[in-house]
Design a protein around this ligand. Structure first.
Ligand SMILES: [Zn+2]
Ligand SMILES: [Zn+2]
Length: 155
C-alpha cells in the first residue's frame, strides 16, 4: 500500500501531452523530462543551479517573475494550476508551480535562460546598459514612444 502511494507521488506527467516524465538532466542538473516533447520539470534548486552556471552567484539576479498570470496546466508536482511569467523580465516565458516547488521548461529553454543571464551580466558590467535594461523592464515598450517623441522635437 505504501509502495503504491510512493509510486503515485513519483509519477509526474508532462503538462503538454500527459506523458510520464523520465529522470534526466537539463544543463547538467537533475530534471524530469518528457520523452515525447522534451519539456522538462526542474525543481527550484535545480533551476538556480542552472542559472549559477552563467551567473556569478555573488551578483544580484533581480526579480524572477514578471507579468505572472495563471494557466490551465496542472502542476506535475502538486496538481495546482501553474502560473506563467516572463523570466526575469526577458522575452522568455516559462511556467511554474504556484507553490514555488519547480518550473516547467519547454525544449531548449534552459539555453534561453543561460543566454538571458549572460546578457544581464554584460549589462551589469556596463552600468549605463544595466540602467537601460531596468528601465525597459519596468516600463515595457514605453521607451520607444519616448524616443519617437524626442525625435519629433529634435527636428
Ligand atoms: Zn511532453
Ligand atoms: Zn506544484
Amino acid at each position: 500500500m505504501t509502495t503504491e502511494q510512493e509510486q503515485q507521488q513519483a509519477e509526474m506527467k508532462c503538462i503538454e501531452d500527459g506523458t510520464v516524465l523520465e529522470p534526466s538532466k537539463t544543463s547538467g542538473e537533475p530534471s524530469m523530462r518528457c520523452p515525447v516533447c522534451s519539456g522538462a520539470w526542474l525543481t527550484d534548486e535545480a533551476l538556480h543551479a542552472v542559472e549559477d552556471k552563467s551567473f556569478d552567484p555573488e551578483l544580484v539576479k533581480g526579480q524572477l517573475r514578471f507579468g505572472e498570470h495563471p494557466t490551465e496546466h496542472d502542476c506535475p508536482h502538486c496538481g495546482d494550476k501553474m502560473t506563467r511569467f516572463r523570466y526575469r523580465g526577458h522575452g522568455l516565458e516559462i511556467e511554474a508551480c504556484p507553490n514555488d516547488v519547480g518550473y516547467w521548461l519547454d525544449h531548449g529553454e534552459d539555453r534561453h535562460i543561460k543566454d538571458a543571464l549572460k546578457d544581464r551580466v554584460r549589462g551589469l558590467n556596463r552600468r549605463d546598459g544595466a540602467q537601460r535594461d531596468w528601465q525597459m523592464t519596468k516600463h515595457g515598450g514605453s521607451r520607444s514612444i519616448i524616443d519617437r517623441v524626442k525625435g519629433l522635437f529634435g527636428r
